[in-house]
Design a protein around this ligand. Structure first.
Ligand SMILES: Cc1cc2nc3c(=O)[nH]c(=O)nc-3n(C[C@H](O)[C@H](O)[C@H](O)COP(=O)(O)OP(=O)(O)OC[C@H]3O[C@@H](n4cnc5c(N)ncnc54)[C@H](O)[C@@H]3O)c2cc1C
Length: 744
């Protein structure tokens, strides 16, 4: 007799994602030095850092001995040296953006103040690392390496001083009160400079012995602004200032220092030349901070991502145990699932998890991109120097390369038969073309990750806190979620608050080369949508089209008063569009990372549990894409319609209009409309003629395509709530540990 085979159960999430899953998703499975770095950072985070937080170490503003002891842990675990090149005592060759992003992620899993403390030293040295002379790098970067046994030198601990007391530098980095002047310039010798700088909110100042300070010239013998290296032993005033009364990141040191020091001119970061008796710094302070922040901001974005993902396990543990009092017995749903019996609590946790995944994916993608870009940037500088190009000539050359990059994208999108393979190869091999392509992406991904991960991340941390009930707002909350919520707000603020990122995005997102790549990404997502229909890629691709349509529309449209819509002063248009873009980029990167995971299913031992993880992650992708699509749709519609007074758009071509019933309902609300208006029949989505009444035709020019896209987008949300239900159910079954692996 034939027996029927047992129906195979759908794969489900078995355990919380482990290191193997993360290594594949974030593409560092083959980098063993990074596996070791992750373990080292985790050991420090879940050991001494967690113990210090649990012991109330955050309850003081001062730089205490217990906090200072963390520096030694950073040194001994290899975290400090991870930022250094091997010739300066480090052990990771090549660019280190991704490595430092991983370290920050691990530390922030427990406490982002500790992460900031570790990373602020790198920020202090970053001006020297990015733009310093060889002598400066050798002296300061090499001396930042922890002391080896038997070594007798002072280890450099650096701070970065840009922000000044009110009303000077903050978001507006050009308003420098800090000054530099020449105090002595011996005939044929090196000038001595007087540096007068007051800082506000300067991290690491409780213990730093080297500061890179942004100052402006207060002397006709110095041109423009620059950054200067200050040492604690320089003659003059080195006042660390009082500790900032922070509500956040208390494991890092922050003060308002005062410096008035005399330093030799070779301390100008990147060096200088002398022309006609004037010192001309090789780099202005803004050129240096641009090079620094575009890398370090990505790391900050990952701090908030880590918080969200770290919230998942404590919330699950809390929810499952919540109803174990009273009558419930083991084995009953009430006892085993607790709050997890309630759909809303599960759905909210799904949202938090999906946001955490998308923000981690975006952040790590940005960090990897900078690792790819760094050597290309060096190549670019070398090639331009070999061609003796400076100033405007560089802009011209890079403008040409931008055109070539656009041509490369065009050729690459043609079918093989239609494209000139040799030309394509030549363009691909040109490092300046490659640089132009990646630079256009990096200029968007960096601010997007800083803005969305931290800003929206802070909102979602509040959701996480709320799921822990009253416990969430206590110091005893498992996973320190209350502190993490508040900390996320600092991450949204320092290294340039959200307004700074939106300002930058409003410029970089309109770069033709970025937009050309963005259009290719839409095509890529549509392909993914056909292979992985449950991933939300279809909704995302349509939302990306809607965003493109809207950007293009506002770049050419005016408001009801004839004023241009897309303008740098019109932040009500540019900023929301920047926000909308971030939602899209984060969700896309999450989909790509899950695709990366799917490539691993060939490993038989992992097959079953991995299949469950992939199934769950696809559901999370779907949830995140639908949420992104909803956000983008809302923002775009507000902008497209919100700047017009009904109904007086261009009357020349009638492409969209109201149906008769709508007109009747709008009577009196929109000037000029009454229920007797004649309505065109050529726009009926259903293809049926509208009722035609006597009266003027009500017309919207060019909006039909927008409305069609929006309607399509609504349809693309098909199945999204089922995906959310599926992910929610997985949360009730996934295996967790009995307790967190760090103290509470
Ligand atoms: C704990 C901590 C550590 C820090 N560490 C350092 C450090 O190590 N080194 C350092 O140099 N700085 C540091 N900072 C300073 C930090 O980078 C600044 O606080 C931040 O860049 C914002 O500057 P601000 O506080 O002066 O805000 P403001 O410039 O006063 O801006 C306030 C708000 O006004 C709005 N706004 C301002 N300008 C615009 C605009 N153009 N368009 C639209 N809206 C706008 C935005 O909402 C903005 O958030 C730290 C700050 C803190 C709190």
């Amino acid at each position: 007799m034939e027996t029927l085979a047992e129906p195979k159960a759908a794969p489900t999430l078995q355990t919380l994602p482990g290191d193997d899953v993360r290594q594949w998703m974030w593409r560092f499975a083959d980098r063993y030095e990074l596996h070791l770095l992750v373990q080292a950072a985790r050991g420090v985070a879940r050991g001494p850092v967690a113990r210090l937080v649990a012991a109330g170490g955050r309850n003081s503003h001062d730089w205490t001995a217990a906090k200072a002891a963390l520096l030694q842990h950073f040194d001994e675990s290899g975290l400090t040296a991870a930022a250094l090149d091997p010739e300066f005592g480090g052990y990771i060759p090549g660019p280190k953006n991704f490595a430092l992003a991983l370290a920050a992620f691990e530390l922030s899993w427990v406490d982002a103040g500790a992460a900031t403390c570790s990373l602020a030293g790198n920020l202090g040295l970053a001006p020297i690392h990015e733009r310093g002379t060889l002598e400066q790098r050798t002296k300061y970067v090499a001396n930042a390496a922890p002391l080896k046994p038997g070594e007798n030198r002072q280890q450099v601990r650096a701070a970065f001083a840009l922000t000044e007391p009110l009303p000077f530098v903050g978001v507006e980095t050009g308003m420098l009160a800090g000054k530099v002047r020449v105090v002595e310039w011996p005939e044929g010798g090196e000038p001595k400079l007087q540096v007068d700088k007051r800082g506000r909110f300067i991290t690491n100042m409780g213990f730093a012995n080297v500061v890179t300070a942004a100052v402006d010239s207060d002397d006709p013998r110095i041109k423009g602004s620059c950054m200067v290296i200050l040492e604690e032993s320089d003659p003059g005033v080195w006042d660390r200032g009082t500790a900032t009364k922070k509500l956040v990141h208390q494991l890092s040191s922050t003060t308002d220092p005062v410096f008035n020091l005399t330093v030799p001119a070779h301390r100008i970061v990147g060096g200088y030349t002398v022309k006609d008796g004037v010192i001309i710094p090789n780099y202005s302070h803004s050129e240096i901070i641009e090079a620094v922040f575009r890398r370090t901001r990505v790391t900050v974005g990952l701090m908030t991502a880590a918080k969200l993902l770290s919230a998942v396990e404590p919330v699950i543990l809390y929810q499952r145990r919540r109803f174990r009092g009273g009558q419930g017995a083991p084995g009953t749903p009430r006892y085993e699932l607790g709050i997890q019996q309630k759909e809303d609590a599960l759905h909210r946790l799904v949202d938090i998890w999906a946001t955490g995944e998308a923000s981690a994916s975006l952040g790590f993608a940005a960090a990897r991109l900078f690792d790819e870009l760094d050597p290309l940037e060096k190549d670019k500088d070398r090639i331009l120097a070999e061609k003796n190009l400076t100033g405007r000539a560089i802009l011209r050359e890079m403008g040409l390369k931008q055109q070539k990059a656009l041509e490369l994208l065009r050729l690459a999108s043609l079918p093989e038969t239609g494209c000139d393979a040799q030309q394509l190869q030549e363009l691909e091999a040109d490092p300046l073309v490659r640089y132009a392509l990646l630079d256009a992406q990096a200029n968007v991904l960096c601010p997007a990750c800083k803005l969305w991960n931290t800003g929206h991340g802070a909102n979602m941390m509040r959701e996480a806190v709320s799921l822990m009930g009253g416990y969430g707002v206590t110091e005893d909350c498992p996973g320190f979620l209350g502190q993490k919520w508040m900390d996320a707000q600092l991450e949204a603020t320092y290294e340039g608050p959200e307004a700074v990122q939106r300002l930058q995005l409003s410029v970089t997102m309109t770069n033709e080369l970025f937009l050309a790549q963005f259009r290719q990404w839409i095509v890529g997502l549509k392909r993914i949508a056909s292979a992985r229909p449950g991933s939300g890629a279809c909704a995302l691709a349509t939302a990306m089209q809607l965003w493109s349509w809207t950007l293009n529309h506002v770049q050419h449209a005016t408001d009801a008063d004839g004023v241009k819509l897309f303008h740098k002063t019109r932040q009500g248009v540019t900023f929301p569009l920047a926000d909308a873009l971030c939602w899209l980029l984060a969700a896309r990167q999450f989909i790509l990372d899950v695709g990366e995971l799917e490539k691993q299913t060939e490993v038989p031992a992992l097959d079953e549990s991995l299949a469950g993880t992939i199934q769950f992650f696809n559901q999370l992708c779907h949830v995140q894409c639908a949420r992104a699509a909803g956000e983008v749709s809302r923002i775009c519609t507000e902008i497209v319609f919100g700047y017009n007074r009904h109904p007086a758009w261009d009357e020349a071509s009638c492409q969209a209009c109201y149906c008769a019933e709508e007109l009747e309902s709008l009577e009196g609300i929109i000037p000029g409309i009454d229920g007797s208006a004649r309505v065109c029949s050529d726009v009926s989505e259903a293809g049926e003629p509208h009722a035609v009444k006597a009266g003027p035709c009500v017309k919207f020019t060019g909006l039909e395509s927008y409305l069609r896209l929006r309607t399509k987008l609504d349809g693309c949300l098909t199945g999204f709530r089922l995906a959310k239900d599926g992910a929610a159910e997985a949360l009730t079954k996934v295996m967790t540990r009995e307790a967190l692996d760090y103290p509470v």
